[in-house]
Design a protein around this ligand. Structure first.
Ligand SMILES: [Zn+2]
Ligand SMILES: [Zn+2]
Length: 446
């Protein structure tokens, strides 16, 4: 009896302490939110393409340094010598305790913004191919950056509530899924203590601002790009008997590739094979020498990925052989070793802990479970094949009335990467900062 009263008292005290901590966090965010919205709008109007996050990374580094973090810039190394690593690593030590790494991405997309917002991007630049492109934060990485800066500032002011080593990183080139790898190759884990936990957030184009969502286990798919060159024997369009037509072989191949997921793969293992590009020929009456296909392959399990890649090779080769294409003109199947990323696996135990902290901070009604998706992220790379527990949660970014209207009408909202994607700044950032700060405090609490 005595013991249960004692336990009850402890619960009351700890709830009171955490309620007080919540109040002080709310007050801190209230004092900061105006500036955070300004920061977000400034970043939104000044997006930079993957591999060229020069001003963005400098800004993030300068801000974090001003909050008291020890900051290293230009972390990252790509195979392409023309690209510089613009990774930012910021460390705040606060005694003995766990090491927690929080990641934001930094890059934007070659999309022309059409939201009509007063702070819409009008940035134009040249891509690596020398073409003129517009640039937009159409994936909301500006929301992630601002949330990380806000949480970074809060945590620097709440050092009495946590202990350990906090590491905040600004990762370049997420959209091209080679930035996390570049940071690891550039020595990220030799310049910091190996983290005990990794966390990140990504905004969500279907979830209301003010809410967050989590997905234990596989949350995002792995992704592998594949290039197929189907080689034939070209000639005059009026004389097919003298040729081996790669256009017809490409058509047969594309359809046959769709049988990998539908007929060879277990329906219980999600997978996607999409042919996103087909290029061949120059004129109606010429049978060309070759056709190029570009594919994306998605799954959760590595063995499923390996099976799909082997099947693509087998089907492509044999359809060409069936068309009578000689061995020395057999198709070339090239699996990219740069456009490839592992699945994002949210460690179930860590995710449960983070979800609990989010529920305490935001209220249980504002924390929902989200299904896994076949989109991809390279955040999972930092987990070193899931040997470090990691968790990425979703941050609602859309005006609630718009979400309600979309549910009612059935008309989908603009997705991530859309020229019309429009996060609602204040509630989204307030929730992002509070959610990330609370998740870190849970993992590093005294
Ligand atoms: Zn994206
Ligand atoms: Zn993104």
């Amino acid at each position: 009896m005595k013991r249960s009263i004692f336990v009850a008292c402890l619960v009351v005290i700890s709830t009171a302490v955490s309620a007080r901590a919540q109040q002080s966090l709310d007050a801190l965010i209230d004092g900061e939110i105006g500036q955070l919205v300004n920061t977000y709008k400034m970043l939104h109007a000044a997006p930079e393409l993957s591999h060229y996050e020069i001003k963005t990374s400098t800004f993030v580094a300068t801000q974090l340094r001003s909050f008291g973090y020890t900051v290293t810039e230009n972390v990252g190394k790509y195979d392409n010598p023309l690209w510089k690593g613009h990774g930012v690593v910021a460390v705040l030590k606060n005694g003995a305790g766990p090491t927690v790494l929080v990641r934001t991405d930094l890059d934007a997309l070659p999309v022309e913004e059409k939201t009509g917002l007063p702070y819409a991007s009008t940035v134009k630049t040249k891509n690596d191919a020398g073409q003129d492109v517009s640039v937009m934060h159409a994936c909301g990485h500006d929301v992630h950056i601002t949330s990380l800066l806000g949480a970074g500032k809060m945590l620097s002011q709440l050092k009495d509530q946590w202990r350990g080593t906090l590491i905040l990183i600004g990762q370049p080139a997420e959209e091209t899924i080679d930035g996390a790898k570049a940071m690891l190759v550039g020595g990220l884990y030799s310049m910091i203590p190996k983290p005990d936990f990794l966390i990140a957030l990504h905004d969500n184009a279907e979830l209301e601002a003010g809410k967050v969502a989590y997905c234990p286990g596989f949350a995002l798919a792995n992704s592998t790009s594949v290039e197929i060159t189907i080689r034939g024997l070209g000639g005059h369009g009026s004389k097919p008997e003298a040729t081996k037509d790669p256009i017809v072989v490409a058509a047969q191949t594309i359809l046959a590739l769709q049988t990998i997921v539908s007929r060879e793969n277990s329906p219980l293992d999600p997978a996607v094979v999409t042919v996103g590009s087909i290029h061949g020929g120059s004129k109606s009456n010429i049978i060309p020498d070759e056709v190029k296909l570009l594919l994306t392959v998605r799954s959760y399990k590595e063995e499923v990925r390996q099976h799909i890649l082997a099947s693509i090779e087998r089907i492509t080769r044999n359809i060409a052989a069936a068309a009578g294409i000689p061995d020395d003109r057999a198709p070339i199947v090239k699996v990219s070793d740069t456009e490839v990323t592992p699945a994002t696996y949210n460690d179930p135990k860590l995710t449960e802990r983070v979800a609990g902290a989010l529920e305490s901070a935001l209220g249980a009604n504002n924390v929902v479970q989200w299904p896994p998706i076949m989109g991809s992220e390279d955040f999972g790379r930092f987990s070193l094949d899931n040997t470090i527990p990691s968790c990425m949660f979703w941050l609602g970014a859309i005006e609630p009335a718009k979400v309600a209207a979309s549910k009612k009408s059935g008309k989908p909202l603009p997705s991530l990467h859309s020229s019309l994607f429009e996060p609602l700044p204040e509630p989204t950032l307030r929730t992002g900062v509070k959610a990330m700060t609370s998740a870190v405090l849970e993992l590093m609490k005294r």
